[in-house]
Write a protein that binds this ligand. Structure first.
Ligand SMILES: Nc1nc2c(ncn2[C@@H]2O[C@H](COP(=O)(O)OP(=O)(O)OP(=O)(O)O)[C@@H](O)[C@H]2O)c(=O)[nH]1
Length: 781
């Protein structure tokens, strides 16, 4: 199977020197970004805004909520009072993720973290395909991490929950999901490749969710490793402010360890095998001056965060280690800067200090703003949940996985309160109760049944029936809907058919399960062409779905050619009067409506509004109009694609005392839609992808020529270390199928690309004609 990106390793066959990048720290004295409190206030507001926006869109749960509340109150209360003694105080929790570009070493680093925290008994190497985090078969075969598995581990009496996040662009939704439930993150970079395109995407996503980060410059042992260049790229490519807390001792094959700028000590590893010992030593004399410069720079940066410390510092008193750590922690959590560390996960150097930094600098659930949700029955009312065991139970389901042993597992981040096995909770999005069968704490290669989970925990629940990703589970007595995630609509689809008739039910069952796990995956039955269609975020995404059908659900399927998810919309306002009349024999049908169709901003979807006055269309018939219009919206007039960004306003109409009915108005609405949309200058829209290609300079001409031939629009060019060029472009998705093979062929496998949805735009007229003709052909066939 073709992966959509070529590995970073294959790009970087240049020899490493520090060309163009100074080891010296940049000039001191720079302005800090907005103060901690300001930023947190902003973040808080941002979360609140999102939640009220989402709340307004959400369907209100049915009345059964309150009935259910009464019935199950006692069960919940009983279960929650069971033994729930907290082993680790909440302030010592770290819920973190590891984010990176593909192949930067996320899986290896996670594996090492699990080894050094003592939970991983037998370590797996990624290249041998046995890494324990990659527990799905095809991940092992492909050597890429697709799903986020949550793993609990312990370091220095701190409980660290790690959520593994995927690096591949087709799985950005997984990254978003993980970011939602994290309190902090490690951002990994390959010290040879520096900041790569996918890291930029993930970095922006982390900005969106206000996730504090520390950076780990990995692979310092590789040929071409360059710590300082990566630090510079954190400034130029990510617009972030790095705070260098470690300097490498050597690089490439003579990489020995790191200098700890906080303690002013060298940390040197005795070997490179798993479990190699390290010792604190004096800083090598050739690095003494540089270390002092970076220490001074660190002081300059952190003292700004505390007036008293600043005053003392200006008078020549350096803050002590405890104060330094406190201020680094404050600045990291407040987003003033990002600590930068380095090492080689593969060669077992730098992992323990990285774990110390997670504990020292990343936030606990108490350090981030309280979770804000809404009242299920009154979405306009906001409710806050402080991270505490004493608050009502509130948790968010962020991942569903099919486990071969336990069945379906729902991963939940508990924001507040306690959750007991055997208790009942409320799924407040659906207004349905769920019984908690088993509560499992997940480790990389083992799972532990626990009786009670507490605020801050990430646990897997077995036995839930109705809950899907993104939904809230809460105390039935104190219902809350936490923010829902926005899931992008799929951009690509393929027809799929089981190879044997006997597999029809099995396939349907598999598709239902997979769609529950992954909200960016949709499937539907197209009765017109008698086919099942699956939709997703990219070719690889759908290939993996088909692969999982085969492996997990034992369904062999034939798959059609991928197709783009086009949309239809209108360009101008048009009003139409439509009369539906049938009055020959028996009961007649009569409905008369006037509807105005108005174009809306991109991304607005579809809206209906009634401006009927004086009962021109009686109230009981309006649902008929709504239904008729809604049905038509899924089938545009040009080529049958869903219609978006349109408001339909019912402005006038008339009815007949005997012959009018809901059905007659429904049929009139369909007619009004057909005529009205035709008058409103309909258009077909296509997904346009932002495509970023990184290529050696000698292939730049070919890459650009090829993008142009794909209707691409080149936005900008840039330089990357090692004579690489970056081309930033917008290309219609329809032109990007199998791009990976073309790019490989054209550049001898030395270029890579990333791609994500940028916008929907109007297709050229000749393509519109082709799509309309194809639709007509399919209907007449
Ligand atoms: N030389 C060197 N190689 C490393 C290091 N860390 C990881 N690698 C190698 O880099 C390759 C990719 O590492 P992974 O850990 O799979 O990277 P990943 O970021 O999890 O990749 P995806 O799962 O595809 O996102 C593997 O062959 C690793 O052995 C390192 O510190 N030094």
């Amino acid at each position: 199977m073709a992966a959509e990106a070529v590995t970073a390793a294959s790009l970087c066959n240049f020899s490493g020197s520090n060309v163009g990048s100074s080891t010296r720290p940049p000039l001191r004295c720079f302005l800090l970004s907005p103060s901690t409190s300001l930023r947190r206030h902003h973040l808080h507001q941002q979360r609140s805004l999102t939640s009220s926006f989402v709340g307004a869109q959400r369907l209100t749960p049915s009345k059964s909520t309150s009935h259910f509340q009464k019935r199950n109150l006692s069960v919940f209360a009983m279960a929650a009072t069971e033994d729930s003694k907290r082993g680790v105080p909440l302030k010592d929790y770290r819920n973190i993720g590891i984010m990176a570009h593909i192949d930067a070493g996320k899986t290896t680093t996670t594996e090492r973290v699990l080894f050094y925290t003592g939970r991983n008994y037998k370590i797996g190497e990624v290249h041998e395909g046995t890494a324990t985090m990659d527990w799905m078969e095809q991940e092992q075969e492909r050597g890429i991490t697709i799903t986020s598995a949550a793993t609990t581990t312990f370091w220095n009496k701190h409980r660290i929950n790690i959520i593994d996040t995927p690096g591949h662009v087709d799985f950005t939704l997984e990254v978003e999901r993980a970011l939602r439930v994290l309190d902090g993150a490690i951002c990994l970079f390959d010290s040879v490749a520096g900041v790569e395109p996918q890291s930029e995407t993930v970095w922006r996503q982390a900005d969106k969710y206000g996730v504090p980060r520390i950076c780990f410059v990995n692979k310092m042992d590789r040929l071409g490793a360059n710590f300082f260049r990566t630090r510079d790229m954190i400034v130029t490519n990510l617009g972030a402010k790095p705070l260098v807390l470690q300097l490498p001792i050597g690089a490439e094959e003579v990489f020995k360890g790191v200098i700890d700028i906080v303690r002013m000590k060298a940390i040197v590893w005795s070997g490179e095998e798993l479990g190699a010992k390290f010792s604190y030593e004096d800083i090598p004399s050739d690095l003494q001056e540089l270390s002092e410069e970076y220490r001074a720079l660190m002081f300059d940066t952190i003292v700004d965060l505390d007036d008293e410390v600043m005053e003392a510092y200006l008078e020549g008193v350096e803050p002590d280690e405890e104060t330094v750590k406190r201020l680094i922690r404050k600045g990291t959590i407040g987003g003033s800067f990002v600590p930068v560390l380095c090492g080689s996960a593969f060669k077992n150097k730098g992992v323990q200090p990285l774990l110390d930094a997670v504990v020292d600098y990343l936030p606990s659930p108490l350090d981030v703003p309280p979770m804000v949700g809404t009242d299920p029955d009154h979405p306009e009312i906001e409710i806050e949940r402080v991270a505490s065991d004493d608050e009502p139970f509130s948790g968010l389901a962020f991942k569903i996985m099919n486990d071969p042993f336990v069945g379906s597992l729902t991963f939940v981040r508990i924001y507040a309160g306690k959750l007991a096995a055997g208790s009942y909770v409320l799924n407040s999005n659906k207004g349905k109760k769920e019984r908690i069968g088993r509560l499992l704490e997940m480790h990389a290669n083992s799972r532990e049944d626990v009786k009670v989970a507490l605020a801050g925990d990430i646990v897997a629940l077995a036995g839930l029936k109705d809950t899907v990703t993104g939904e809230t589970l809460c105390d039935p007595e104190k219902p809350i809907v936490l923010e829902r995630m926005d899931f992008p609509d799929p951009v690509i689809k393929v027809a799929i058919e089981p190879k044997t008739k006997a597999d029809v039910d099995k396939m349907a069952n598999g598709l239902i399960k997979l769609a529950q796990e992954d909200p960016s995956f949709h499937f539907s039955r197209d009765e017109e062409i008698n086919q099942t269609v699956i939709e997703g975020m990219g070719e690889l995404h759908l290939e993996i779905i088909v692969d999982r059908l085969k492996r997990e659900f034992k369904v062999e399927a034939n798959v059609g050619a991928p197709q783009v998810n086009y949309r239809e919309s209108i360009s101008r306002v048009a009003e139409v009067k439509y009369v539906h009349k049938k009055q020959s024999g028996g009961q007649g049908q009569f409905a008369d409506i006037t509807v105005r169709f108005e174009p809306l901003e991109a991304g607005s979807g579809y809206e209906f509004k009634s401006e009927i006055k004086g009962g021109a269309v009686p109230r009981e018939y309006i649902p008929g109009v709504v239904k008729g219009l809604e049905e038509s919206m899924s089938n545009g007039v040009l080529a049958g694609y869903p219609v978006v960004d349109v408001r339909a306003v019912l402005t006038d109409g008339s009815y007949h005392d005997v012959d009018s009915s809901v059905l007659a108005f429904q049929l009139a609405a369909r007619g009004a839609f057909r005529e009205g949309v035709r008058k409103a200058a309909p258009k077909i829209l296509e997904p346009i992808m932002r495509v970023e290609v990184v290529t050696p300079e000698e292939h730049l001409g070919d890459v650009i020529g090829d993008l142009n031939s794909r209707r691409g629009q080149i936005n900008s060019f840039g330089d990357k270390p090692g004579g690489l060029k970056v081309v930033d472009s917008l290309v219609p998705l329809a032109e990007m199928f199998q791009y990976v093979s073309t790019l490989r062929g054209m550049t001898k496998g030395r270029a890579s690309y990333t791609m994500q949805l940028a916008k929907f735009d109007v297709v050229p007229q000749h393509i519109q004609n082709q799509l309309s003709a194809a639709k007509e052909e399919a209907v007449t066939a």
